[in-house]
Design a protein around this ligand. Structure first.
Ligand code: C2E
Ligand code: MG
Ligand code: MG
Length: 710
């Protein structure tokens, strides 16, 4: 620009000078012409005849020409001078204009380069000030616009969610940083594509811009490297009059974490975390579907209910972590033995259920199921190690068929449970098929529980006493207090049946207190007639001992009845002792300090080591009747009983053998020098009155059981 301006200015100055020179030359030429005419007119007045005129003419013409040449010379000199001046002036003008123009040009270039910060000042000399001012206004306005646009970019790019701006028909016009990061595609790769392009194949068909602007969708997008990512997508229409701005804006939020959490929750709700098999909820759901399938196909299915025998003791003895580990091992064993078409679930703590599908509807499937049950029980029963101890856990199985025994989930489970309960009653490690009589048992159990609540106020409890006999001579040295529930229309109900029911509620505390009061009162009435009724033992369950005011209550009963605690012995199972051992030790120390004797009941059925039991102030071991039962015939049980007796003696403990039923058992125990015994051989448990008569008879020298010891 500046080059042409400079040239044009110089050219214009030059042309102006040339023009002036030409005008002067023309004027000089006209002058010459006029002078020549004047000369000719003057000469015409002079008469011709002499050669003088011609000479004058020539001389005048020469003079005029010389004058003309002189003028031309002057004009040329003046023209040159004028040109010099004009060019100088023009050059100076060029210099004055060119500097500011150069500055303004630089400013414009800075503006177009995006530099809107530097001010555009008026050039020195004032030339172009208006232009500079206008340019600076332009700069400010451009800066404002740019700032607005950049602010939008900054805002969009600092969003965590992916943003897509599309045309009304869904072509991507703009994306933010999060969108490119989410998808792994660059801006350029995305711009101009349909939004559907980034949506995964599985969701693309159902996707439409219209749906996405009306509701929040959960779908998966596909990334550049072929991954799919779950997002929640919500969109809205951009309301703009200018068609350039019309379209939609979509926000996609990555919900991978939430989806993962949801899956986890769903898994946790349906699967047992410990054993990784379906839990009750999921199992029942699957069972329901299986029943529907069987109904449609006219087939049958079986439900096996499996409960581990005395598993609570594993938990109580080794702690819950070990119990959990045991459950893992046992469920793995079960899973390994499952035939195809079966599903195992964990319904509760140590309760499992197995669904066996696709059984023929018209045949008796018992033999097959019995074999499967045996196989599972054999697998369970193998020893395993927990906490450096060898454990054996057995199970009880109940089997019910659909549709033969029940045609719905609730009844089928209840009936299989009833059959399982039957196996348990038979000593465990066995399986039973459901029979209609069993469901009566289950219903009765529930009824019992509700009736138990009123048993105390209706005075339905009875205390019986089983004599404890010195095995050297058959002398009665005391007895064990055994509770009975005499429910009208039911006969006597064993504590085995109702103590667990009472333990499920707070009723066990009331019952425990009733027992102690009853025993103390009975004892006091015996004392009135017999100088030394011996020592009476009372059974305590874990729940009773855990009761907060257990000690104070017990103490106040002894105070009220005025019977010395030294006349009593508390029977506590080894499982109970090892549960919360430290707390139990403190409690037992206090009981012991009160003068109470303590014995370990059902010894041998738990998992505790004797060294652990020695920490407690225990004076007596009671060998469980299950070992005594076979001791006279089974070599292992004999060894076990012998070992317990020897060990007890070495530790200075009294040993009592429970459940002596036959003279052979008695002989065997006497042969081992077992101190005391109790059992049916010496009669069924007696009422307080009958027991007193026994004591009275003995005091009067009656032979009593001594005939058995002859
Ligand atoms: P336990 O302390 O082991 O009581 C011995 C159980 O064996 C008694 O059953 C008794 O009747 C039974 N028995 C006695 N001799 C023989 C025999 O020769 N052969 C056989 N097969 N069994 C015999 P019972 O009375 O049904 O008591 C069962 C369990 O209930 C008791 O076991 C005891 O743990 C608990 N129990 C009994 N009375 C009470 C009580 O007042 N409070 C608490 N908390 N539990 C009690
Ligand atoms: Mg007992
Ligand atoms: Mg016992």
């Amino acid at each position: 620009m500046s080059f042409s301006f400079r040239n044009r200015t110089l050219a214009m100055a030059t042309s102006a000078c040339v023009l002036v020179v030409l005008v002067f030359v023309a004027m000089a030429a006209i002058d010459l012409r006029l002078d020549a005419n004047n000369d000719a007119a003057l000469l015409a007045l002079i008469p011709d005849g002499s050669g003088q005129l011609e000479g004058m003419t020539k001389e005048l013409a020469a003079r005029r020409l010389a004058e003309f040449e002189r003028r031309l010379l002057v004009i040329a000199a003046g023209g040159l001078m004028l040109l010099g001046v004009a060019l100088t002036l023009a050059w100076r003008l060029v210099r004055r204009v060119e500097g500011p123009l150069e500055d303004l040009r630089g400013a414009v270039e800075r503006l177009s380069g995006g530099d809107w910060v530097a001010r555009i000042d008026s050039p020195e000399g004032g030339y172009g000030a208006d232009l500079a001012y206008a340019l600076d206004r332009l700069r400010i306005s451009l800066a404002d616009h740019a700032a607005a646009g950049r602010a939008l970019d900054i805002i969009l790019d600092s969003m965590n969610d992916a943003v897509f701006v599309t045309s009304p028909d869904g072509l991507i016009k703009r994306v933010n940083l999060a969108a490119t990061q989410l998808l792994g595609w660059s801006q350029l790769e995305l711009l101009g594509r349909e939004l559907g392009y980034v949506i995964s194949d599985q969701d693309r068909l159902a996707f439409s811009i219209e749906r996405a602007t009306n509701e929040t969708l959960e779908l998966t997008v596909r990334t550049h490297n072929g991954q799919t990512i779950p997002v929640s997508l919500s969109g809205s229409v951009i309301a703009a009059e200018d068609p350039r701005f019309q379209g939609c804006i979509f926000v996609a939020r990555n919900i991978t974490e939430r989806k993962r959490a949801e899956r986890r929750i769903r898994y946790l709700a349906r699967y047992d975390t410990l054993t990784k098999i379906p839990n009750r909820l999921q199992f029942q759901h699957s069972l329901q579907q299986a029943i529907a399938r069987a109904r449609r196909a006219g087939g049958a299915l079986a439900l096996m209910y499996l409960d581990l025998d005395r598993f609570k003791e594993v938990n109580d003895t080794f702690g819950h972590a070990a119990g959990d580990r045991a459950l893992e091992v046992l469920s793995e064993r079960l899973i390994r033995r499952l035939p195809p078409g079966t599903m195992l679930g964990r319904l509760a703590g140590d309760e499992f259920a197995l669904l066996v599908e696709n059984l023929p509807g018209d045949t008796d499937n018992r033999t097959a199921l019995q074999a499967l049950a045996r196989e599972l029980l054999d697998g369970l029963g193998r020893p395993f190690h927990i906490a450096q101890q060898e454990l054996y856990v057995t199970g009880s199985i109940g089997i019910a068929f659909c549709p033969q025994d029940a045609d719905n989930v609730v009844d089928l489970i209840r009936n299989a449970d009833a059959a399982m309960y039957h196996s348990k009653q038979n000593g465990g490690n066995s399986s039973s098929f459901f029979t209609p009589e069993m469901s009566a048992v289950a219903v009765e159990r529930l009824m019992l529980k509700s009736k138990l609540r009123r048993a105390i106020e209706r005075d339905e409890f009875v205390m019986l006493y089983q004599p404890k006999v010195d095995l050297r001579d058959g002398r009665v040295v005391g007895g064990e207090a055994l509770l009975r529930w005499r429910l009208p229309g039911h006969g006597d109900i064993s504590p085995v049946q109702f103590i667990p029911l009472a333990e499920e509620t707070a009723l066990i505390q009331e019952i425990g207190e009733w027992v102690l009061k009853r025993v103390c009162n009975d004892y006091r009435s015996w004392q009135d007639q017999v100088p030394q009724p011996g020592r009476v033992s009372i059974n305590l369950s874990l729940k009773q001992l855990r009761q907060a005011e257990f000690l104070t209550r017990y103490r106040s009963v002894f105070d009220e009845t005025g019977v010395a605690p030294a006349n009593f012995e508390l029977e506590i199972t080894e499982t109970t002792l090892m549960t919360d051992a430290r707390r139990m030790m403190r409690l037992l120390d206090e009981l012991h300090a009160m003068g109470l004797h303590l014995s370990i009941d059902d010894f041998g059925t738990g998992y505790s080591s004797l060294s652990a039991l020695q920490q407690f102030p225990v004076g007596t071991l009671k060998i469980d009747q299950s070992f005594v039962r076979h001791a006279a015939v089974s070599r292992e049980d004999a060894t076990l009983v012998r070992t317990i007796i020897e060990m007890g003696r070495n530790l200075g403990l009294e040993v009592v053998a429970e459940g002596i039923e036959t003279p052979q058992q008695l002989a065997f125990l006497r042969g081992l020098n077992c101190h005391y015994g109790q059992g049916r051989l010496f009669g069924e448990p007696l009422t307080a009155t009958v027991f007193l008569q026994l004591l009275l008879a003995q005091a009067q020298g009656d032979a009593g059981f001594r005939s058995l010891f002859a």
